[in-house]
Ligand binder design. Structure first.
Ligand code: GLA
Length: 383
């Protein structure tokens, strides 16, 4: 993404002056999917794609926002009843409201922003947008909000203004990202640890199915409800269980007859997935990428057959990886479309990509997109 480009649009759409420029990234996640809102572990990293925004206080109580990509302009006030209808603007509005709810004043500002993180591809374009504005307003207004609270402001924006009851992973990764490192986060205690990730002889690549599921947010919220139903049943016998993280398969089996078959499958996936993150961390410490890859395939199976958040295109890309001897592959992010993340040996990379692209095109009549992963820094001020 180009600062000069964003700046030129800011100058053109407002009064010819310049402001400050901020950026926040999207994320990948090596393993640990749908575990964050279950108090489990996740293992994300920020990427070299994200959102960039130029911002300047405008001396009014209105926000004037221009989306460079959508060529769309929206103006709104910052009281609850001023909520804009335009979906991209609701993210900015939500971030401002969440900051105000925490006792701060947010004055009006002008902003123009652009992004290169693909929308709806499971790389958290919305978290990148939220983190950009949370980080920028905190910095410009000297609010002294800590990094975790910035991530929580983004998450609360999703809950309260965008209808997605997401966990903390995406906003956390966007704010805390560090070039060259993945981050293991314990979503119950919020303890985290950076893991330098430079797998000798391997590459990480994303294959984007370019499938966007319309109902993704309601299906996502439904998954969360299934997990909560399983927790409520387990709690009756084991009162200290607050999240699926605190449970185990034996306790889940005890309540098998008391919950629906669907809720059981969802909970089974989550309990196994939480353990897989820990197994992957152990394997990484030993440089054992074969085990890392095997766990990624297990995650894909679980997300496809138990959690049911895959789709035909993603299953196809996963099979394609297997057929090409790719070390690990799985659907990444919330699912229902988006990307697979693939851990592939350098020498197999070209043949895998060529085969995946051509066979996907044969079957579905369009090209998947290919993104090489560069693990990058989190939210920052550029200018
Ligand atoms: C989305 C949510 C995250 C997380 C993932 C699945 O990206 O925003 O909180 O639950 O799905 O791991």
């Amino acid at each position: 993404m180009d600062i000069e480009f964003v700046r030129s649009r800011f100058i053109k759409h407002f009064d010819g002056t310049t402001g400050s420029v901020y950026a926040s990234p999207g994320r990948i996640n090596l393993i640990g999917e749908h575990t964050d809102y279950n108090g489990g572990f996740v293992f994300p990293g920020a990427i070299d794609k994200g959102i960039m925004a130029e911002i300047k206080l405008n001396g009014t109580d209105k926000v004037r926002a221009y989306s460079i990509d959508m060529k769309d302009y929206v103006e709104f006030g910052l009281n609850e009843e001023d909520a804009p209808r335009t979906s991209w603007a609701r993210y900015i509005f939500g971030v401002c409201r969440e900051i105000i709810k925490r006792g701060h004043k947010v004055p009006g500002f002008n902003t123009a922003f652009a992004g290169d993180v693909p929308l709806g591809a499971g790389m958290s374009s919305s978290a990148a947008l939220e983190s950009t504005f949370a980080f920028a307003l905190n910095d410009m207004l000297g609010l002294g909000i800590d990094q975790f609270e910035l991530a929580k402001i983004g998450q609360a924006t999703e809950h309260n203004y965008c209808g997605v009851n997401c966990g903390i992973m995406d906003q956390f990764a966007s704010v805390f990202g560090k070039a060259g490192s993945l981050i293991r986060l314990d979503c119950r205690s919020l303890e985290y640890q950076y893991f330098p990730f430079k797998p000798e002889g391997y590459r990480l690549v994303l294959l984007d199915s370019v499938v966007k599921h319309e109902l993704a947010s309601s299906a996502y919220n439904k998954r969360r409800q299934s997990c909560e139903a399983a927790v409520s049943a387990i709690q009756k016998r084991h009162p200290h269980v607050e999240f699926l993280r605190d449970a185990n398969m034996d306790w889940l089996k005890e309540v098998k007859e008391e919950i629906s078959a669907e809720d059981y499958m969802r909970a089974e996936y989550v309990i196994e997935e939480i353990q897989r993150v820990l197994d992957v961390c152990d394997a990484l410490e030993k440089g054992d990428y074969e085990t890392v890859g095997q766990k990624m395939y297990e995650t894909h199976y679980g997300m496809s057959k138990l959690y049911e958040v895959s789709c035909e295109e993603l299953d196809f890309l996963n099979d394609c990886a297997k057929k090409n001897g790719v070390t690990g592959s799985r659907v990444m992010g919330g699912g229902f479309g988006g990307c697979t993340i693939n851990l592939v040996k350098n020498e197999l990379y070209d043949a895998f990509i060529a085969d995946a692209v051509s066979s996907f095109k044969n079957k579905f009549g369009r090209d998947p997109k290919v993104y090489d992963v560069v693990i990058s820094d989190g939210s920052r001020k550029l200018l």
